[in-house]
Design a protein around this ligand. Structure first.
Ligand code: AMP
Length: 216
């Protein structure tokens, strides 16, 4: 099974991808995480992507395709794509890449959240640089037990530099212009399903499980 999570910034793609990939043993491919890894390694690539990422601009399709190819190691699929594709050209690239390996996308899950809520989530989001667990300081139920410390591995939590109110507006606009056309693209291919993540992640995950277990 190959799944894409399609959503605006702050909709909960990362958290939901973790839940889905554990439950269904899928390889989690987050292009945002792969790019952040390049930044933290200080690789040659990091100079090309640093400023764009800080501003919330999309990174070029060529760079994303290379990163993807070198991280898609499974020959028989079972991927969950999180934050990719971000535009129609990337969707076509993915179709071609999968077809060359006799694979295809089974489900594109479009996660919807109202835009006020998205901004509140983005501004409060903190994550663990070690085990990647995501928390949110703006929601009681998602705060870590000790402020600034990961519940799971006690590392110091970090706030992503692109998770500011100003950058959110730009990222959201980029989402509307570049990524939202994918809703129509996958809908026409009969692959799109819509799930609201306005309430709890548990409820959203339950809806996703029902879809992936047969109720397309
Ligand atoms: P994310 O973690 O998915 O919110 O991505 C963080 C940032 O990484 C984005 O604002 C973009 O600058 C960059 N990025 C992540 N995925 C892609 C992609 N598929 N195409 C282009 N840029 C991306």
């Amino acid at each position: 099974m190959n799944v894409i999570l399609l959503a605006a910034p702050g909709a909960g793609k990362g958290t939901l991808s973790d839940l889905i990939s554990s439950k269904y043993s899928l390889f989690h491919i987050s292009t945002g995480d792969l790019l952040r890894e390049e930044l933290s390694k200080g690789s040659d690539l990091s100079n090309l992507i640093k400023d764009k990422m800080a501003k919330g601009e999309l990174i070029s399709n060529d760079i994303i395709l290379e990163l993807l190819k070198s991280n898609m190691k499974s020959d028989n699929g079972n991927y969950i794509f999180d934050g990719f594709p971000r535009n129609i050209d990337q969707a076509i690239m993915l179709d071609e890449l999968l077809a060359s390996r006799n694979m295809e996308i089974d489900y594109v899950i479009h996660i919807t959240v109202n835009s006020e809520m998205l901004k509140k989530r983005i501004i409060g989001r903190v994550s663990c640089p070690n085990c990647k667990t995501i928390y949110n300081e703006n929601f009681e139920s998602q705060k870590p037990k000790l402020e600034g410390i990961c519940d799971k591995c006690s590392s110091k939590l970090v706030h992503r530099s692109d998770d500011s109110a100003e950058t959110f507006d730009f990222r959201y606009q980029t989402y509307l212009e570049e990524t939202a056309p994918l809703i129509d693209y996958y809908s026409k291919l009969g692959k799109l399903v819509e799930v609201s993540n306005d309430s709890s992640k548990e409820e959203t995950f339950d809806s996703i499980k029902r879809i992936l277990e047969g109720e397309k």
